[in-house]
Design a protein around this ligand. Structure first.
Ligand SMILES: [Zn+2]
Length: 54
């Protein structure tokens, strides 16, 4: 984890289901006509990506 990372409201964390490391918030996609709003998290240890409906 970077030492200079600032805390933010988006700093919700998840544990990677593949390797157990902490996942990093990557992006938030707004709700559209076809998709619900989702937040994307990435595990930098194994590059797994997880999306969470908000
Ligand atoms: Zn992982």
């Amino acid at each position: 984890m970077p030492a200079d990372a600032k805390p933010s409201p988006e700093a919700v964390t998840y544990s990677c289901e593949a390797c157990g490391n902490q996942m990093t918030f990557l992006a938030a996609l707004p709700k559209t006509a076809r998709h619900e709003a989702v937040r994307i998290f990435r595990c930098y240890a194994c590059n797994a990506v997880r999306t969470e409906r908000s």
